[in-house]
Design a protein around this ligand. Structure first.
Ligand SMILES: *Cc1c(COP(=O)(O)O)cnc(C)c1O
Length: 375
């Protein structure tokens, strides 16, 4: 059996084969490595895929979040609500912009923001909520949007782990995760569901004027060359990465379906282990399984991880420490115990290998190893 990896980009390269070399060769031939035609072509294609939004490509997912917050014109000391259990970028960009971070706790079932936690996090300085669609499933957006609307504040969606997931409205209508708030952001880090072969990111909005502003902010604050209207940043998607993303985007749906099938297979093998909480599928979203994340309820998460590693099964902990307890982000107002669900998840979660090229034999082998541990 092929050695197991969390994400197997070697198999992905085999799948795309010479087509990868071909799209890269085209860029090498025209030589427009920065702002080449593929960048705007990809932006158009992603915008159409997302149901008609204006896409602004940028250098990575963290920059996308930063550009989104820059465009909201917040004043230093204004606050944003951020989940306590997520990757650091969401909070990091707020801190860089001298904004206050107001943490909110997350759900033990679906790991996303708890709508009940929003009121506790709110102060009159709060100007935006940044929900993260963690592990491939949309946050409870109906409640989040209703809260934001009632307070007159913006919603910036971190869609880095859920590109292609669909939010399902109570009447059955669907919209792509990331397209419900003021601005959506994503990352094309190689391991994401739509990844390039380096760094990349994008953000989008339905508002044409806001989209122009985002494009200007990503381009040193200039609309016209050497005319700097405001302070911006240099954040661009490379042409080579855009060419790779154009090749891969048409396969995103198929790859996400494959991830769902693998998740169902994991479920079928693992559902009889009482010490595990399997990933829940919420009724308001499809789940595209950026991660297949279990909760280990008997306190033996770290032992399980060590055991799996010894059996040649990589497993990762996303995330081992909630953000409000991180040295860079701790604050006397949020001591340990402030966000009990986030703290508990940090002790209990474990993610198993998940990518579209995982074979059924590999899934069976991984599940067998998990069973052996609990036997
Ligand atoms: C990957 C990720 C990011 C950051 O993306 P980069 O491209 O690495 O900057 C932000 N938020 C979440 C939830 C992520 O998973």
């Amino acid at each position: 059996m092929r050695p197991l990896k969390m994400v197997d980009l070697g198999l992905e390269q085999q799948f795309f084969g010479p087509r990868l070399q071909a799209v890269m060769a085209e860029v090498l031939a025209h030589g427009q490595f920065i702002r080449g035609p593929e960048v705007q072509q990809f932006a158009q294609e992603l915008g159409a895929y997302l149901g008609g939004v204006h896409v602004v490509p940028c250098a990575n997912g963290t920059d996308a979040l930063q550009l989104a917050l820059m465009a909201l014109d917040l004043a230093p000391g204004d606050a944003v609500i951020v989940p306590a259990f997520t990757y650091v970028s969401t909070a990091e960009v707020a801190a860089l912009l001298r904004l206050q971070i107001r943490w909110a706790d997350v759900s033990l079932e679906h790991f996303n923001l708890l709508p009940e936690a929003l009121e506790a996090a709110y102060t009159p300085r709060v100007k935006a909520i940044v929900p993260v669609h963690l592990f491939g499933q949309a946050a409870p957006m109906a409640e989040i949007l209703a809260f934001a609307q009632a307070k007159g504040i913006a919603v910036v969606e971190d869609t880095a782990q859920a590109l292609g997931a669909e939010y399902i409205f109570p009447d059955g209508q669907r919209a792509k995760a990331g397209t419900l708030g003021t601005i959506g952001c994503t990352s094309f880090f190689p391991s994401k569901n739509l990844g390039c072969y380096g760094d990349g990111g994008a953000l989008w909005t339905k508002d044409t004027t806001l989209a122009q502003r985002l494009a200007r902010l990503a381009n040193h604050g200039q609309d016209v060359l050497y005319e700097f209207i405001e302070v911006g940043v240099n954040s661009r998607l490379d042409t080579l990465q855009a060419a790779i993303l154009r090749l891969k985007l048409p396969y995103l749906e198929e790859f996400n379906r494959r991830r769902q099938a693998i998740a169902d297979l994991y479920d079928s093998y693992l559902r009889d282990i009482a010490a595990l909480q399997l990933p829940t599928r919420v009724p308001w979203s499809t789940h595209i399984f950026h991660q297949y994340t279990l909760r280990v309820l008997d306190g033996r998460r770290d032992a399980l991880r060590a055991y799996l590693t010894a059996r040649g099964v990589p497993a990762m902990v996303y995330y081992p420490k909630p953000l409000h307890l991180q040295p860079a982000y701790q604050h006397p107002e949020a001591p340990p115990g402030s966000f009990p669900n986030a703290e508990r998840l940090a002790r209990e979660v474990i993610s198993l290998p998940m990518h579209p090229f995982l074979s059924e034999d590999q899934v069976a082998y991984i599940a067998e190893a998990v069973h052996d541990f609990f036997r």
